[in-house]
Write a protein that binds this ligand. Structure first.
Ligand SMILES: Cc1ncc(COP(=O)(O)O)c(C=O)c1O
Length: 378
């Protein structure tokens, strides 16, 4: 009797899991690939810039890919059960995407985020049926997530640990494979650089591994904002680096070294001042004709720094910038003149100087730190 009951229980959980995997996979089948947008600048006649537009995912950012991978990884590891709560520590973007998948599987979802996370992202998480748990100290989101998962008997998805493991870096139309297939007919089909910021490190790990696996000559540049340890960790190798505050560029930068940031999977690291990131998104609004998120600004300034270096060496080629999320999520901050004033961002001069870089190849008006892997402490 007992055996048949547990066999029934097992059968029920197996069928729930199979159906859950089918639903997540079905989301992939229904999704079209994200676009690659070319953008030319007169100041760089021999360098072609492209933006990998991750805003066209159903949940509006590159995190849709990660959330799908994390759910499949957790399901296939047997970590998710019917009706059990899913918890995640996030700056918002991942939580929006995970809330979407939890809703798809009818699982309760709790996002643990720092106070100050964009109200737009909170509204999107709640739109997908998720609940937001805000913490005052951004360095506490992970411990608080563990506590809530324990108390609810749920599962802590833990993007910072599993991002680099859950994503299929060999292919399966990951972000890297998508870029290379979309570049096939371009003037420089194999990019000199692909540039992406680091939040978990999952995206740069996927880009770096894929490029090496496919033996492409492309190099991967990871970039960091202010108030983050990733750049210094890249240079020193010191995993114990800590900061007691979070970055102002939502989605990237962390106060501690996260497990999914694989410094040896990237070729270079650049640290961009926040003024540069924010001036860049305002200039991109003019050039792209729409608003993007702060981390895309960080990526763009890093790409320009690399392009100036290539131009100085008379090199030609293409550079791909990851366009991580849209600007509509930052109406209350980066695109709000009062917030900009209160945070000391006077953009006029920087935007003018940045326009001179784009139109005439002039030097960047920001001090960007950069380091190559080969010069970093091993
Ligand atoms: C807006 C945004 N940009 C970039 C990233 C960085 O992506 P990853 O976590 O793969 O390093 C994130 C991560 O949360 C993000 O939210």
């Amino acid at each position: 009797m007992a055996l048949s009951l547990s066999r029934q229980g097992l059968a029920a959980s197996q069928s729930w899991r199979s159906d859950a995997v089918r639903k997540v996979d079905a989301d992939y089948m229904r999704s079209a690939d994200t676009h690659l947008i070319p953008l030319a600048f007169a100041g760089f006649p021999n360098i072609d810039f492209y933006f990998k537009d991750e805003t066209s995912h159903p949940t509006g950012s590159l995190k849709h890919r990660l959330a799908r991978s994390l759910f499949l990884y957790a399901l296939c590891n047997g970590w998710l059960r019917e009706g059990a709560t899913v918890v995640e520590a996030s700056s918002g973007s991942t939580a929006v995407s995970e809330a979407y998948f939890a809703d798809l599987l009818e699982l309760p979802f709790i996002a643990v985020m720092p106070v100050g996370t964009s109200p737009e992202k909170i509204a999107e998480i709640e739109f997908h049926g998720g609940r937001c748990h805000l913490v005052d100290d951004p360095t506490q989101v992970i411990d608080e997530s563990r506590r809530i998962a324990r108390e609810t008997g749920g599962h802590f998805m833990d993007q910072f640990t599993y991002a680099e493991r859950a994503t299929d870096w060999r292919g399966n139309n990951n972000i890297a494979e998508s870029i290379f297939s979309q570049m096939r007919a371009e003037r420089h089909p194999v990019p000199s650089w692909i540039v992406c910021g680091v939040g978990t490190g999952g995206t740069t790990a996927t880009l770096g591994r894929f490029v090496r696996y496919q033996r492409h000559a492309t190099q991967i540049a990871a970039c960091d904002p202010e108030n983050s340890v990733f750049y210094d960790y890249f240079v020193s190798g010191d995993r114990d680096l800590r900061l007691n505050c979070g970055s102002r560029i939502e989605g990237i930068g962390r106060p501690r070294v996260e497990a999914s940031f694989l410094r040896h999977a990237v070729d270079a690291m650049l640290q961009v001042p926040d003024l540069g990131s924010i001036a860049a998104i305002h200039e991109l609004e003019v050039r792209l004709g729409r608003r993007v998120g702060g981390s895309t600004g960080t990526n763009f300034i890093a790409a320009l720094s690399l392009a100036l270096d290539m131009q100085a060496k008379n090199q030609s080629g293409s550079i791909v910038v990851i366009l991580c999320d849209g600007g509509e999520r930052y109406r209350h901050s980066y695109y709000d003149s009062q917030w900009l004033r209160q945070n000391g961002f006077n953009l006029d001069e920087s935007k003018q100087a940045l326009a001179a870089t784009l139109d005439h190849g002039a030097a960047l008006p920001f001090a960007v730190r950069s380091a190559m892997l080969e010069t970093a402490q091993t």
